[in-house]
Design a protein around this ligand. Structure first.
Ligand code: SF4
Ligand code: F3S
Length: 107
C-alpha cells in the first residue's frame, strides 16, 4: 500500500507533510506534491499533518479522485525529492477546499 496526495493539495502545497516522512517519499512540482509509492512504508505520519486534508491511504482515496494514485506514481518519477518544508504559496488558504483544481496542476 501507499499513501496518496490528492486534489486539495494543488495550489495549497502547505508542505507540513515533508517534515515527518521518515523515508523521503515526497516529490515537489510547481504547485503540488506527490508521494513515491515505491518508497512509502505506510507509516501514516503524514496524513494528519496536512492542513488541507489532502493525504489518504491508497484504499481510502475519495470517490472521483482515484486517478491521483496513478498521478502520484507518474509525477514522483519526474519531480525531485523534497525533504525540507518551504514557505507555502501566499494565497494557499484562498485555495483550500476549492473544487476542480486538477486543471490547475502545473507540471
Ligand atoms: Fe512518508 Fe509515511 Fe506518509 Fe508514506 S505514510 S509518505 S512513508 S510519511
Ligand atoms: Fe500538500 Fe498537504 Fe503536503 S497541502 S504539500 S499534502 S501538507
Amino acid at each position: 500500500m501507499t499513501f496518496v496526495v490528492t486534489e486539495n493539495c494543488i495550489k495549497c502545497k502547505y508542505m507540513d507533510c515533508v517534515e515527518v516522512c521518515p523515508v523521503d517519499c515526497f516529490h515537489e512540482g510547481p504547485n503540488f506534491l506527490v508521494i513515491d509509492p515505491d518508497e512509502c512504508i505506510d507509516c501514516t505520519l503524514c496524513e494528519p499533518e496536512c492542513p488541507a486534508k489532502a493525504i489518504f491511504p491508497e484504499d481510502d482515496v475519495p470517490a472521483g479522485q482515484e486517478g491521483f494514485t496513478a498521478l502520484n506514481a507518474e509525477l514522483s518519477r519526474a519531480w525531485p525529492v523534497i525533504t525540507q518544508r518551504k514557505e507555502p504559496p501566499a494565497d494557499a488558504k484562498d485555495w483550500d477546499g476549492k473544487p476542480n483544481k486538477l486543471p490547475l496542476l502545473e507540471r
